[in-house]
Design a protein around this ligand. Structure first.
Ligand SMILES: [Zn+2]
Length: 109
């Protein structure tokens, strides 16, 4: 049995595509791991934020001026606007904010 030119080209394309997807997945996982590791190191990764709302729905929103956002992931940092939040969300270690110290989990849990 001989490999036919077309199907081997096709296979090569499929393999190349799989390799690209694997690389992309690996890179995404590495980025996600690094992002989560920020919290393990005791810094906030600003994973969620509340926007200004009038009247405020949450206590934290009372601190905001129109356009601002407040980190809802643990640190309470106030971001000037969406772009400010996105920038710090993308690279939380550029301007690391320590998470407030939490009580350790009860022993045995
Ligand atoms: Zn935060």
């Amino acid at each position: 049995m001989y490999a036919d030119e077309n199907s081997s080209d096709e296979l090569e394309a499929i393999y190349a595509e799989r390799r690209d997807v694997d690389l992309e997945m690996a890179q995404m996982h590495a980025e996600a791991d690094a992002w989560h590791a920020v919290r393990d190191r005791g810094y906030c990764n600003h994973g969620s934020a509340l926007g200004y709302l009038n009247p405020p729905a949450f206590e934290a929103q009372k601190l905001l001026k129109p356009g601002q956002l407040i980190c809802n992931a643990g640190c309470g940092t106030i971001f000037a606007d969406d772009a400010d939040w996105y920038a710090q969300l993308d690279d939380p270690m550029a301007n690391p904010v320590p998470l407030p110290v939490r009580a350790p989990a009860p022993a045995g849990v």
